[in-house]
Ligand binder design. Structure first.
Ligand code: GCU
Length: 381
């Protein structure tokens, strides 16, 4: 497997300085936009937030205007009650959004959100229903995150852009972005992540230097793409993100671009590139490297062959030289379910089990984030 070089500037010179890294980052982000994801639209002309109480948290009504078109999306905000000073924030898009999470009781159901049907068999034609309440509590263990000293901001991905090949352009962000450059839904979900960062950065309760993005599966792809493009993000937790996420496109195994292209609305991939990954001038280790020198955690699962967990580890390992001080052990040395590798700003683990994001993952995410001596709990005592 021959990967596009990491430590080489676009003009062929070796990468030595921070300026060299910045040159590479700009060139790679442009290439990913051109060939894979499409561009992330510009920031909105307006963004207003209204805060209302619900059950255990707050409902934020986020009103946005993009390309002259206004729309509104809900998000839930939970803050630790016993906080002293500003708290770090974990920002996520979820498949079911706040109603699927723990502590989501009382949050209004977004009847207009369109979720891909296979996400939960209780979805009625891709629409959220009462039956979806609390279905992803292990994926979003809000109370544990609050106890660890974090605020949590969570929104439903289908409230921003319909996850549907024919409907994705018909409402909300999908519709507003029609007059922007041609792009794919992963870029629009990345835009949604960036708006949640805008919102968090405006809240007096939040420490802007500790903004953490998290995403699972297709939303891991979007979170990685968003964080690579947005230096306000301090850490990214990328869970089981697979093809067009953290796993190497050129590594054989799991989903390939030729399979991924069936989600015709997700990317701007053309058939020729999808059929032959060597046509893509970049690979995912370069996207991960765009996060340097920030923190990145790639989480894999041992029974998640579709996401190619080996390709995920190899991408992180191949990206590590961009952090200068980080190098990771060879694959054979770490390949055991339950194993983790943490080195400086980089983290990885192999959860035993299938495709999912669980409290097992979260315990490690939180411990990893606490490692840099800026434990969120420091703000609470
Ligand atoms: C499908 C798709 C993956 C994606 C996953 C998900 O399996 O092929 O690319 O990551 O759905 O988002 O759940």
């Amino acid at each position: 497997m021959k990967l596009p070089p990491l430590m080489q500037r676009p003009d062929g010179q070796p990468v030595v300085t921070a300026e060299d890294r910045a040159l590479c980052r700009a060139a790679w982000l442009q290439t990913f936009a051109d060939h894979l994801y499409g561009p992330i639209p510009e920031a909105p002309e307006r963004l207003d937030v209204r805060r209302e109480r619900f059950g255990a948290g707050e409902r934020l009504v986020i009103e946005v205007t993009l390309a002259g078109q206004a729309f509104a999306v809900d998000a839930a905000l939970w803050l630790p009650e016993d906080r002293k000073g500003r708290v770090p924030i974990i920002i996520g898009l979820g498949f079911l959004g706040p109603i699927g999470a723990a502590e989501g009781a009382g949050f209004p159901i977004d009847n207009a959100a369109v979720i891909e049907r296979s996400i939960a068999d209780t979805l009625r034609g891709g629409r959220l229903a009462e039956a979806n309440r609390g279905q992803h509590t292990d994926r979003w263990p809000i109370r544990s995150l609050l106890q660890a000293g974090y605020g949590v901001l969570l929104s439903c991905y289908g409230s921003w852009v319909a996850d549907h090949p024919r409907k994705w352009r018909s409402a909300q962000l999908g519709r507003a972005a029609r007059s922007c450059a041609r792009t794919g839904a992963i870029s629009l979900w990345a835009w949604a992540y960036q708006r949640l960062v805008d919102v968090a950065c405006r809240l007096d309760e939040i420490d802007r230097d500790r903004v953490v993005l998290v995403g699972h599966s297709r939303l891991g792809k979007a979170a990685l793409w968003a964080a690579a493009n947005d230096e306000r993000v301090h850490a990214a937790l990328i869970n089981n993100s697979g093809c067009a996420g953290a796993s190497l496109t050129r590594h054989p195994g799991g989903e390939t671009l030729s399979k991924l292209i069936r989600f015709s609305h997700w990317t701007v991939l053309d058939k020729k590139t999808a059929a032959d990954p060597a046509q893509l001038p970049v690979d995912q280790h370069q996207l991960i490297a765009c996060l340097a020198p920030r923190k990145v955690y790639i989480a894999s699962a041992s029974e998640d062959a579709w996401a190619d967990p080996e390709g995920e580890y190899l991408a992180l390992k191949a990206a590590a030289p961009f952090w200068a001080t980080d190098s990771l052990p060879p694959l054979e040395a770490v390949w055991r379910p339950g194993r983790r590798v943490w080195s400086g700003q980089l983290g990885w683990h192999l959860r035993p089990g299938p495709h999912d994001m669980t409290s097992w993952d979260w315990r490690r995410f939180l411990a990893f984030l606490a490692q840099d001596g800026r434990d969120a709990n420091a703000n609470r005592r």
